[in-house]
Design a protein around this ligand. Structure first.
Ligand code: HAM
Length: 483
């Protein structure tokens, strides 16, 4: 910004009032200085981390801490959350999905009936307790079953189908916490009800892929078909026949699951079990004609949509409700040991299983913490739209009152404003403005109140100019548009 013609006047003016105070601040704290319209000191420092100090507070014995695997999301992190949520919402809405929120707490039986009793989530990972009324309730470990319940409870089967819903919210699983695996995580999920057309399977996989693409992350879809009630029993038998002679090499969970739920063996992460998986029979070989055709159509659509995928004939998922298509997203350079960025598939029997009319459905869930970890690993820094355009600083009681009104005028004009009306020292206020990364600070002192002016300070260059109070809003708007 060119130095204002008015700036020299700033220096020449009397000893009391804002100018002197600003000069004192500049001298003492080296925040900035204005001399005869030229900036002499420092560029604005990068906004300091407002939460960094919090992170360094030593743990004191007895001080309450958050639970293991559950995290606070501090202000500095919020720009990542705003970004993933806004990409998710924009994408879902553009594809005609409507938002649904379901309670975080549900009856335990909802998850047991939907996910399957032999799954890790049900056997080991649920946060379940008996509430004061004696009900067995669970913090939702996933979003599909609650959305299916809502679909049935609210008679959405009577709406024009397909019904397309999306949600963003926390899920709870009592897992061993590690990087990318938490006891409270958040998912962006979509569910489509009322049609078994393979184009819908392709559409949800596309959406998951596009979510990451919009964030600047390349991903790839691993996909498989689990068949249907007609063809899966044959495969089940084949799996049992394959694993039974190798029973001694299986982990205890798999030994137990071998006869009841052999598909789960393909999902086991234990080394011994995972090694046996490679030679196991493949489900695609047992698919009946209609399931084979369904899978081929999904893959053709993905080809048309240019969604990169690999067919993984041993891919199964952590819940028993899936039929036909299952898929997971992994980073482009990942392999089948990489934690999934998201996953989903078709579940044509679940609505009926939970008491509704037979209704085909499919969807996905994406772990937002994992999306953010990918962004950070790839140094994708989302714009921080919480940075204020203007910080309103004041000195003295009459100035404070006027500044308060100005704050609202600027906000009303669509600018992002910050201020701290409890601080009396200009130094403290400029430090806050600096820390927040404000582009401009407007300063109102007693002199300005008398003169009906304000001082506008460019926080980047340190230059200041006096502006007629009445022109303050329009002047600042012009500056912000230009910057
Ligand atoms: P899921 O694969 O269990 O599927 O979870 C979806 C995604 O949530 C995972 O791919 C992963 O990105 C993330 N995730 C899961 N557990 C954790 C965790 N402990 N910490 C951090 N992130 C995690 C479902 O939940 C299905 N309801 C998805 C679905 C929707 N299928 C059909 N419709």
């Amino acid at each position: 910004m060119a130095p204002s013609k008015k700036s020299p006047k700033v220096k020449a003016k009397g000893k009391s009032g804002t100018k002197t105070a600003v000069k004192k601040v500049a001298k003492k704290q080296k925040v900035a200085a204005v001399t005869a319209g030229r900036s002499t000191v420092n560029k604005k420092a990068a906004p300091a981390a407002p939460t960094a100090a919090v992170a360094s507070v030593p743990r004191i014995k007895g001080m309450p801490q958050s639970l293991r695997g559950m995290k606070d999301t501090l202000p500095l992190e919020q720009k990542f959350w705003r970004r993933v949520k806004s990409v998710a919402e924009a994408l879902a809405q553009a594809y005609g999905f409507e938002c649904i929120d379901t309670p975080i707490l549900e009856m335990t039986s909802l998850f047991v009936r939907s996910a399957g009793t032999q799954t890790d989530v049900i056997e080991k990972e649920m946060f379940s307790f008996i509430d004061r009324g004696g009900d067995n309730v669970t913090l939702r470990p996933e979003g599909t079953a609650p959305v299916v319940r809502a679909y049935v409870n609210h008679g959405m089967v009577n709406l024009p189908q397909p019904v397309k819903l999306y949600y963003i919210g926390p899920m709870f699983r009592y897992e061993r916490p590690q990087q990318g695996r938490y006891r409270q995580h958040h998912q962006f999920g979509v569910e489509v009800f009322g049609d078994d057309n393979p184009i819908l399977d392709a559409e949800v996989a596309l959406l998951a892929y596009l979510f990451y693409k919009e964030l600047g992350i390349s991903s790839i879809v691993r996909i498989n078909s689990l068949g249907c009630n007609e063809c899966r029993p044959t495969y089940r038998e084949e799996l049992i026949n394959y694993f039974r002679p190798k029973r001694s090499q299986l982990c205890d969970d798999c030994k137990r699951r071998l006869s009841k739920n052999p598909l789960r063996l393909l999902d086991c992460k234990e080394e011994g079990c995972a090694a046996l998986k490679d030679e196991a029979p493949q489900l695609v070989d047992s698919l009946d004609d209609s399931c084979k055709e369904h899978l081929m159509r999904v893959l053709e659509y993905l080809d048309d949509l240019q969604v990169p995928y690999v067919l993984d004939p041993h891919l199964v998922r952590g819940f028993d409700y899936y039929t036909r298509t299952v898929f997971e997203l992994i980073p482009e350079d990942g392999d089948n040991k990489t934690a999934s960025l998201g996953g989903g598939g078709r579940y044509d029997n679940l609505v009926e299983q939970l008491g509704g009319r037979p209704t085909p459905a499919c969807g996905f869930g994406i772990g937002l913490e994992r999306a953010i970890l990918q962004m950070k690993a790839q140094e994708i820094d989302p714009p921080d739209d919480s940075i204020p355009d203007v910080f309103v600083a004041q000195l003295g009681d009459s100035a404070r009152r006027k500044a308060f009104a100005l704050f609202e005028e600027l906000r009303d004009a669509g600018l992002r404003i910050a201020g701290n009306f409890t601080k009396n020292s200009l130094k403290a206020q400029l430090e806050i403005a600096n820390r927040l990364g404000a582009k401009y600070t407007v300063i109102l002192g007693q002199q300005e109140v008398i003169d009906e002016t304000i001082l506008i300070r460019d926080m980047e260059s340190g230059m200041q100019e006096i502006v007629d109070y009445k022109k303050a809003v329009s002047d600042l708007k012009k500056k912000i548009v230009k910057s």
